[in-house]
Ligand binder design. Structure first.
Ligand code: HEM
Ligand SMILES: *[C@@H]1O[C@H](CO)[C@@H](O)[C@H](O)[C@H]1NC(C)=O
Ligand SMILES: *[C@@H]1O[C@H](CO)[C@@H](O)[C@H](O)[C@H]1NC(C)=O
Length: 217
């Protein structure tokens, strides 16, 4: 089954008035890594949420490429979860991840059509020695991404606004990749996807570089 979790539909089921979506956005201070994240909690199935946390350096000179730290928390029933940095499936960096035994696996992908995304070398991920786990209820990963906020696609180069809102998208599947220990594994199409505007203005970390140095494995 493939479904689009439109906000109005979900909100109506939950008895939430349109406009109360802001409750899903928050600033999260992560004691474990020391980063301040701008967080968004997005529903992937009724009553089930994925949490996406993004940290950026502050300041970032206008128009320049910059690294991000991404932390994702997924309930154990999530087979794979992907983040699309340009807010759609095609022509932007996709960060796809899943649990393999007790380790989260991060896979860099890019799709030019609505087919299995290919490995993407335009983004690279630095694993943290903290903020990664698989336990009985959740899996969580924390990585530094270089190449997620500036990318080429649709005939132009896009840089996400480090001081404002950026339209992102996620995709979720209940099924696990076929070779979970490999970051080039194939996987099945998503069961749901949706979009949100992520607030990067509250994601700034003045100590970004030193925090990255402290946490990188
Ligand atoms: C085996 C892998 C995948 C297949 C076969 C696949 C296939 C598709 C198809 C057929 C659609 C159109 C659905 C419709 O219009 O009803 C779609 C839409 C979408 N997919 Fe995927 N997909 C895959 C992986 C991913 C991944 C990894 C992401 C994100 C990280 C993603 C994000 C999206 C989004 C956001 C849409 C909404 C339309 C758009 O933005 O283009 N997909 N996908
Ligand atoms: C898989 O991991 C290797 C080693 O870290 C990395 O060089 C490669 O780019 C990754 N591939 C994908 C698709 O993420
Ligand atoms: C399992 O991991 C999640 C996500 O990191 C965390 O919130 C939760 O406290 C962990 N559970 C236990 C029992 O440690």
């Amino acid at each position: 089954m493939r479904w689009y979790l439109g906000f109005t539909y979900v909100a109506a089921l939950m008895g939430i008035a349109p406009g109360s979506q802001a409750a899903d956005a928050a600033v999260y201070q992560d004691a474990e890594t020391g980063f301040t994240f701008s967080q968004y909690s997005v529903q992937y199935a009724l009553g089930k949420n994925l949490i996406f946390r993004i940290a950026v350096p502050s300041p970032v000179p206008a128009g320049s490429a910059y690294d991000t730290v991404l932390q994702v928390v997924a309930p154990a029933d999530v087979g794979w979860a992907g983040l699309a940095w340009g807010g759609k499936m095609t022509n932007n960096p996709l960060t796809v991840a899943w649990a393999s035994g007790n380790t989260p696996v991060i896979s860099s992908r890019y799709a030019t059509g609505h087919v299995m995304p290919s490995p993407y070398t335009g983004a690279s991920y630095g694993r943290f020695k903290t903020g990664n786990r698989v336990n009985g209820t959740h899996w969580q990963y924390t990585v530094k991404c270089s190449g997620c906020t500036t990318f080429t696609g649709d005939g132009r180069t896009t840089t996400l606004n480090p001081k404002g809102g950026n339209r992102l998208a996620f995709a979720y599947s209940s099924s696990r990749p076929s070779s979970p220990s490999s970051n080039t594994s194939s996987f099945n199409v998503h069961d749901s996807f949706n979009y949100w505007t992520h607030d990067f203005a509250t994601a700034g970390n003045t100590a970004f570089a030193s925090l990255v140095a402290r946490n990188l494995a």
